[in-house]
Design a protein around this ligand. Sequence first.
Ligand code: UDP
Length: 321
Amino acid sequence: MKNILVTGGAGYIGSHTCKALALAGYEPITYDNLSTGHADAVKWGPLVTGDLHDTQKLTACLDQYKPLVVIHFAASAYVGESVINPFKYYQNNLGGSLSLLEAMRSQSLDKIIFSSTCATYGMTDLQLIDEACPQQPINPYGKSKLMIEQILADLSNQGQLKQISLRYFNAVGDDEDGEIGERHNPETHLIPLAISSALEGPELKIFGTDYQTPDGTAVRDYLHVQDIGKAHILALECLLSGGESNFINLGTGKGHSVKEIITCLQELGISVRANKAPRRAGDPAFLVANPLKANTLLKWQPEYTNIKDILKTAIAWHTKA
Ligand code: UDP
């Protein structure tokens, strides 16, 4: 069996990637403490319930399943919360990753794909962010992810592992078969909250209308979660075929403002109820990827290239009876 260990496989991006792995002929072994993930999202391989800090349990899991590669999603991932409770982010993200790396070392497992983020870039004036753009994160979430990237780079430079860090821009949308989807608690993300405002949820707050962007609201590069899953298969195959360590953006290269997302949803029949609100701490104005490296090096192209097609999958999931 071609086993792959997936930490955080019960989460949103993790579970979609497990499905992509299974479709590509791999066996995803999910290792998840279920603090934010859902056991019923683990449908394509076994679930080992455990915490990243439990190095012994992780080691035993690696010993039992002998995965070819580790895909490391498990992390705390709320930008706003990270500003208020930074220690949690350093403890879970940095501490958890060190424990994972220790377990991998003890089992001589030397290949890892790491979930990084565009939040490692922080503020930038660039219209398109490429991997050489300076990384100056403005919130503890982004800082914790950058620290892990740096650790991975050091280990890789010493020939102690091979790693591909994928810097995701905004993961959105849901499984097109409706088998899994975005279920955060609390939900803080734009698209689920905008859809919920049209159902029984509270009004959406538009965080900041005075940004230096064309309509004053923040611009993000929204990419479909299934396209992220597929990128992991390509990264995995790159490492398995002797590919070098790398840091790679995952984005579409197209930006959409908060107001544009609301308008698109309205055009798709979702009557978003929204109101202006102050900026959210830690939010840059503009984050859009230059995806050239992913296109050329991984031969990755997003299949979802139209924001409305992406939004339709989110609407289908969030309005499912
Ligand atoms: N946003 C918003 N209202 C919300 C949630 C998000 O205006 O209730 C904005 C947020 O400020 C950002 C964009 O929507 O500019 C995407 O935010 P989200 O939380 O979905 O993802 P993030 O960029 O934080 O990863």
